[in-house]
Design a protein around this ligand. Structure first.
Ligand code: ZN
Length: 105
C-alpha cells in the first residue's frame, strides 16, 4: 500500500515560506548557479550553490532548511524538504520561482 504523504500544516508551511522570503530579501545569503560535482546543492550559510542540471528549486528549499536549522541531521532535512515540497500550492511554487530568479547570481 502506498503511504500517504504527510503534508505540513498550513501554518508551518507559511512560516517556512516567510523565512525563505526573508532570507532572499536579506543580504545574509547569495544564491549562485554552478555545476557541482556530485551534489545537487550546497551551502556554507552565506552562499547557496545550486546545480542547474538538477531540480534546483527543490534543492533551494533543502539548502534553506540547512540554513534555518544548522544542527538538523540530513535525514530530517530531507524529510522536511519533502513535506514542504508536497505542501506548496502551484501559486506558491510560481511566486517562489520568480523571486528566486530575481536574486540568483
Ligand atoms: Zn542536505
Amino acid at each position: 500500500m502506498k503511504s500517504k504523504i504527510r503534508k505540513l500544516p498550513k501554518g508551518r508551511r507559511d512560516y517556512l515560506l516567510k523565512r525563505i522570503y526573508g532570507l532572499l530579501r536579506s543580504d545574509d545569503i547569495s544564491v549562485v548557479i554552478i555545476q557541482l560535482d556530485g551534489y545537487q546543492g550546497e551551502t556554507d550559510f552565506e552562499t547557496i550553490w545550486l546545480d542547474p542540471r538538477k531540480k534546483f528549486l527543490s534543492t533551494f528549499l533543502h539548502e534553506c532548511i540547512h540554513v534555518f536549522y544548522p544542527a538538523l541531521a540530513e535525514s530530517k532535512v530531507l524529510a522536511l524538504e519533502y513535506r514542504l515540497r508536497e505542501s506548496l500550492t502551484n501559486r506558491q511554487w510560481l511566486n517562489l520561482t520568480r523571486r528566486l530568479l530575481e536574486v540568483i547570481q
